[in-house]
Design a protein around this ligand. Structure first.
Ligand SMILES: *[C@@H]1O[C@H](CO)[C@@H](O)[C@H](O)[C@H]1NC(C)=O
Ligand SMILES: *[C@@H]1O[C@H](CO)[C@@H](O)[C@H](O)[C@H]1NC(C)=O
Ligand SMILES: *[C@@H]1O[C@H](CO)[C@@H](O)[C@H](O)[C@H]1NC(C)=O
Ligand SMILES: *[C@@H]1O[C@H](CO)[C@@H](O)[C@H](O)[C@H]1NC(C)=O
Ligand SMILES: *[C@@H]1O[C@H](CO)[C@@H](O)[C@H](O)[C@H]1NC(C)=O
Length: 227
């Protein structure tokens, strides 16, 4: 009889645990979705949008349901039924402001394109913690300035890094050369000096990707002067 009771209690415990696990899993999925909604909400609040391109980002939409942000301009989700963003393409929208730090709420983002806008100021030093899964990062043709953060070398999935036509200054961090998956790298038209990275994965970056900087050197450009 005691054995039977124990068995029954164990059975109840297991059922209850499964129930708890399910509840916490659902809360987790929900929390991730809330983060992506918060991500877009706070980006919309933080950037200037003189042409009102982001007015379609309507969070008050009464019909909103699962995946309602997936149809917003520039937003692509992992799947249409979940508010989980894989790609944010905000190129050429005339946006102004600092780098939107709120992007770190988009926890599953793989691709960020802010090119051809009027963003300015520096890129946060901890960008690799903000975009740990970044595969593509395009900041081309803005007014970003300051140093290129060395922590980009910790975005280990990066394939494409486009920083051309900005006002980045100082040296290119050598850590960028250690990105195993990097295939496109472009820093034309900046204010960069010093040695270009040595890419350990063997990609050949064209001299054209380094053009129009005041003092870059090293292969494939002229050798750096040893002093
Ligand atoms: C960058 O800033 C300069 C000077 O403030 C301004 O003239 C120029 O239009 C800006 N360029 C972009 C792409 O925002
Ligand atoms: C990045 O650094 C800023 C302070 O400079 C901090 O507020 C923010 O939480 C950090 N973000 C991440 C994702 O670590
Ligand atoms: C990159 O990550 C390593 C390991 O987490 C850390 O020690 C290092 O400080 C990071 N580098 C930068 C430049 O953030
Ligand atoms: C270098 O330029 C050539 C021709 O312009 C192009 O085919 C090639 O893809 C470029 N290489 C890289 C690494 O972008
Ligand atoms: C780098 O950008 C410049 C200007 O946008 C472009 O002409 C060049 O082809 C680009 N290079 C690569 C390798 O993408």
């Amino acid at each position: 009889m005691a054995v039977k009771t124990n068995f029954f209690l164990n059975f109840l415990t297991i059922i209850f645990s499964i129930f708890l696990l399910n509840v916490s899993r659902r809360n987790l999925v929900h929390a991730v979705e809330e983060d992506d909604v918060l991500c877009l909400k706070s980006i919309k609040e933080s950037v200037e949008d003189p042409h009102n391109f982001l007015s379609s980002w309507d969070f008050s939409n009464p019909t909103k349901g699962l995946g309602f942000i997936c149809s917003f301009v520039g937003v692509e989700c992992w799947n249409q039924r979940e508010n989980r963003i894989i790609s944010l393409d905000l190129r050429s929208l005339g946006l102004k402001g600092n780098f939107p730090n709120e992007i770190s709420y988009c926890k599953s983002l793989q691709s960020l394109d802010l090119s051809h806008n009027h963003f300015y100021g520096s890129i946060p030093a901890n960008i690799s913690s903000m975009l740990p899964y970044a595969v593509t990062l395009s900041l081309s043709s803005n007014n970003f300035s300051g140093q290129i953060p060395a922590s980009l070398g910790n975005c280990s999935y990066l394939n494409v890094l486009e920083l051309d036509h900005n006002r980045f200054s100082g040296q290119i961090p050598s850590a960028i050369g250690f990105l195993q998956r990097i295939s496109t790298f472009n820093v034309t038209h900046n204010l960069l000096v010093g040695p270009v990275p040595h890419f350990v994965n063997g990609i050949r970056v064209n001299a054209s990707s380094y053009a129009n900087n005041p003092g870059l050197c090293g292969y494939p450009l002229k050798p750096c002067k040893s002093h």
